[in-house]
Design a protein around this ligand. Structure first.
Ligand SMILES: Nc1ncnc2c1ncn2[C@@H]1O[C@H](COP(=O)(O)OP(=O)(O)OP(=O)(O)O)[C@@H](O)[C@H]1O
Ligand SMILES: [Mg+2]
Length: 307
């Protein structure tokens, strides 16, 4: 079996350079990625790190400067321009931050319209299936509403139904929760999660939202157009002086400044106990971090003030 056989999406050595000469920007700089059926992969990283550029190339919306993109067995990067709309319509469901619904059409028509983009498809013929999809997404009572009469979370669920109407193996989403409050955002992510799990599709979702990281099978972290291995990320292990638990001072948020040192806690409960009786925890304000190798032994310690 070749490596592509069990992947829904495979990209090899993708590069995108915008502009030329001094003005050239290497937005994506040699990224390879494989996604299997049933996998939900998040892409995250700072603004300008190349997330949208990567997603656009994976979705055949943008031609790579070099590299390959194989979607559902089809070479999207090498296909002639005339073939691309059909590949996109059949293989990929897109979901965008801005919903991109057509204001002149009702919710159910917006969904069915996407079916008219594949050869032999028609809006009219797809209406019953579009209605069924919307019902499954909890919008059975909103079929005839225009986009402007829907809430943000409802609009995004219409966009999800639109992405699914042609039964694509791959879903690509660029910050699908970016315009939603946290409750609607969570709901939209759970819908995507269930669709991927239950229907064996694959999804690649660009997000800035760390709260939705839990539902991902994998997280790709982008920096300056390259993938960074999160396992190789910096850690700075210290002990919570109260309970002795190992805490990563690099990412810890529950801290307290004592003299010249920053003390790091596993929870606010430990910090409260420390505040009530700081003298009870000897060595707690001593600077120095914990080596990962002695992580399971040792006495309570605190991290030095310098970062
Ligand atoms: N059409 C373009 N022409 C020239 N440069 C571009 C173009 N699109 C993006 N860039 C540049 O490429 C880099 C990557 O942009 P991209 O939009 O992929 O980042 P991003 O990670 O999606 O950022 P954000 O989180 O802000 O959406 C940036 O430096 C950006 O300025
Ligand atoms: Mg972007």
């Amino acid at each position: 079996m070749t490596s592509t056989a069990d992947a829904l999406l495979e990209a090899r050595d993708l590069v995108k350079v915008y502009g030329e000469g001094h003005a050239a920007t290497r937005a994506v700089d040699g990224i390879s990625v494989r996604i299997a059926p049933g996998e939900l992969v998040l892409v995250t990283g700072p603004s300008g790190s190349g997330k949208t550029t990567l997603l656009s190339m994976l979705g055949a919306l943008l031609r790579p400067t070099s590299g390959e993109v194989i979607v559902g067995g089809v070479d999207a990067a090498g296909a002639p321009a005339g073939e691309l709309p059909r590949i996109r319509a059949q293989k990929i469901g897109f979901i965008f931050q801005a919903f991109n619904l057509l204001e002149a059409l009702s919710a159910v028509e917006n969904v069915a319209f996407a079916a008219s983009l594949v050869p032999g498809g028609s809006l009219r013929a797809a209406l019953p299936e579009a209605a069924e999809l919307l019902e499954r997404l909890g919008l059975g009572h909103r079929l005839l509403h225009r986009p402007r009469a829907l809430s943000g979370g409802e609009k995004q669920r219409v966009a999800i139904a639109r992405a699914l109407i042609n039964d694509p193996p791959l879903i690509l989403a660029d910050e699908p929760t970016g315009n939603l409050d946290s409750h609607s955002g969570q709901e939209v992510m759970m819908v995507l999660h269930d669709i991927v799990r239950d229907e064996g599709r694959a999804a690649l979702i660009v997000t800035h939202d760390p709260r939705i990281e839990e539902i991902a099978d994998r997280i790709l972290w982008l920096e300056d157009g390259r993938l960074r291995d999160r396992k190789a990320e910096r850690h700075d292990w210290v002990r919570d002086p109260v309970c002795g638990m190992r805490v990563d001072a690099w990412t810890a948020t529950i801290t307290m400044d004592v003299d010249d040192a920053r003390v790091v806690f596993c929870s606010s409960r430990c910090r409260e106990r420390f505040e009530m009786e700081p003298g009870a925890y000897p060595g707690s304000a001593a600077p120095g971090s914990l080596d990962p190798s002695d992580a399971d032994e040792g006495r309570p310690r605190a991290e030095g003030a310098s970062s």
